[in-house]
Design a protein around this ligand. Structure first.
Ligand code: AMP
Length: 249
């Protein structure tokens, strides 16, 4: 079974985002960019399925600028077999990404597409679900465990108050949650080897997908600064203040 793993290049999770002075978005100039952390988990899960003999090939795919090649090379260094870059300098919204991925899935016919549950830049949490709808495939979102047996996959999902396990007929869409696994670091020899793995370069037009945005960002703002707290002398003063604020009876 072939696995398709979409990976997005996003602002590194350790970087504190700065809002552009004109409020039009987040300033990405000279900012460290990395693979979306949930996508690292997706790549790791795909590699584990290959190591178990369940999967035979892992194809990483990214929609983004030419620099997203670096993200794909990271996926290749971790253990993906080949990569596809669908190059676009414009910001591509989840619906357009899902449409592009649907076309790639139609060409590649994977047994599963394993995506992150959300990209940490826009926190959309939409692409996997939209892709499942476009393809008419079953979906297991927020996976904390993935077990393939025959032509089905059991996905344990993290839901409010516990775990839910769904059994999906393949082909299926799985989106990863934080506790699914701990992604490996690529070793130096594998980083070197990744340089010669195949990376196909495409454009959205090659798939006949219109990536024009459907929404407009009106304004991006920093969260309001927290005002300083106060120190209370003892519990009695704390309770009195809470009563005064109406948060304690
Ligand atoms: P989102 O719906 O934007 O929160 O993204 C959910 C998941 O969809 C991500 O974790 C990726 O696996 C995938 N994805 C979103 N945007 C892209 C992109 N531009 N290129 C590749 N994969 C993407």
């Amino acid at each position: 079974m072939k696995l398709l793993v979409p990976v997005k290049r996003v602002i590194d999770y350790n970087v504190k985002p700065r809002v552009k002075a004109d409020g039009s978005g987040v300033d990405l100039s000279n900012v460290k960019m990395s693979m979306n952390p949930f996508d690292e988990i997706a790549v790791e899960e795909a590699i584990r399925l290959k190591e178990k003999g369940v999967a035979t090939e892992i194809v990483a795919v990214s929609v983004g600028p030419a620099k997203a090649q670096e993200t794909l090379r990271t996926a290749l260094a971790m253990g993906a077999d080949r990569a596809i870059l669908i190059e676009s300098d414009a910001e591509v919204e989840p619906l357009a990404v899902a449409k592009l991925l649907a076309k790639v899935a139609a060409e590649e016919t994977p047994g599963m597409v394993i995506l992150g549950k959300q990209a940490i830049d826009d926190d959309s949490n939409q692409t996997g679900q939209m892709l499942a709808a476009l393809l008419g495939w079953s979906q297991g979102t927020f996976a904390s465990k993935v077990e393939v047996s025959g032509d089905a996959v059991a996905v344990t999902r993290e839901v409010d108050g516990g775990l839910e396990t769904v059994n999906l007929k393949l082909p299926a869409i799985v989106t990863t949650d934080l506790r699914l696994n701990e992604p490996r670091y690529a070793s130096l020899p594998n980083i070197m080897k990744a340089k010669s793995k195949p990376l196909a370069q495409k454009k959205p037009e090659d798939y006949g997908v219109d990536i024009a945005p459907r929404h407009t960002t009106l304004k991006v703002e920093e969260p309001p600064k927290r005002s300083a707290g106060i120190k209370v002398a003892d519990v009695d003063e704390l309770v009195a203040k809470m009563k005064a604020l109406g948060v304690a009876a």
